[in-house]
Write a protein that binds this ligand. Sequence first.
Ligand SMILES: NC(=O)c1ccc[n+]([C@@H]2O[C@H](COP(=O)([O-])OP(=O)(O)OC[C@H]3O[C@@H](n4cnc5c(N)ncnc54)[C@H](O)[C@@H]3O)[C@@H](O)[C@H]2O)c1
Length: 327
Amino acid sequence: MKILVTGGAGFIGSNFIHYLLENHPTDQVINFDALTYAGNLASLADIQNDSRYHFVQGNISDPQAVAQVISTYQIDSVVNFAAESHVDRSILHPDAFVRSNFVGVSTLLDVVKQQRVNKFVQISTDEVYGSSRGHEQFNESAHLNPSSPYSATKAGADLLALSYYKTYGINVSITRSANNYGPFQFPEKLIPLMVTNGLRGKSLPVYGDGKNVRDWLHVFDNCRAIDAILRHGRPGGIYNIAAHNYEENIQIVAKIVKQLELPQSMIDYVSDRPANDQRYSIDDALIRNELGWQPTIDFDQGISQTVDWYVTHEKWWRPLLGAVHNR
Ligand SMILES: NC(=O)c1ccc[n+]([C@@H]2O[C@H](COP(=O)([O-])OP(=O)(O)OC[C@H]3O[C@@H](n4cnc5c(N)ncnc54)[C@H](O)[C@@H]3O)[C@@H](O)[C@H]2O)c1
């Protein structure tokens, strides 16, 4: 396959490129990324000379650049990770989210249609369903109820992508995963923020009462799911990807404090973000039954290895700190 990975210099995209090259030796991978503050080619330094991998700098909302990369490399599949991904930033600058997360997807879909690309996978999020109550779990046909400009632009892109399947017969599949954790995540997201602050003796800012619940999925398991959807996903199919590791934010912070042997006094409760969803919870029976996927990484082991990864990769995260959005 000749796969265009958009947003491949970000957290999940760079993990996915590594996954593809390790598991599909005959695939060609073209990484198309605008290199925003979140894009980092250092995450791909080990494969930069691999003849199966190419990097092209460009923006998914630029129709000419998208058309050119798809025709030059005779792309047969597109997996779109490119997005503005930080909810706090979306509250301050929603327009950037509309441009990348919605207009960008519209541009990609148009070129995919014009150039008859075989497959388009849109990487979406469980946040499109909004907050769940009690033990409620949303399946793929649940009502979309996004709370932030980030999740609203992702929900809009999902609907647009599905319309290209229904109207033009484009082979679109959508993934909606839980919160990812693992190596190469920009150090403003919860786990790397807490580890990198902790290592530098800085306070650990926790929103509100710290009791918001997220489901934590290791990025490697998400990459396995996305790969299965890329190769075997149903046209028009939406797939939730869960791990069912439900943790309050403060429980995650407590694990990090324990592993790094930090004093509890470093935890600093700060005002909550507006419209912060209480709990995300999705039903992933569909991908388990249809594609035989299930997560493989035990959460306690996964988080402990992830904390160690940031401890041993200061050279990777230290240069990024200037661009971190402060809570
Ligand atoms: N991180 C999570 O926990 C999570 C969970 C569910 C879904 N997602 C989705 O997965 C995708 C990837 O998330 P991530 O955490 O890796 O994000 P990230 O912020 O780490 O990376 C995003 C990448 O996209 C690039 N980019 C941004 N706008 C672009 C544009 N207009 N054109 C080209 N490139 C652009 C950036 O340079 C960066 O390399 C996003 O679509 C996000 O909505 C993330």
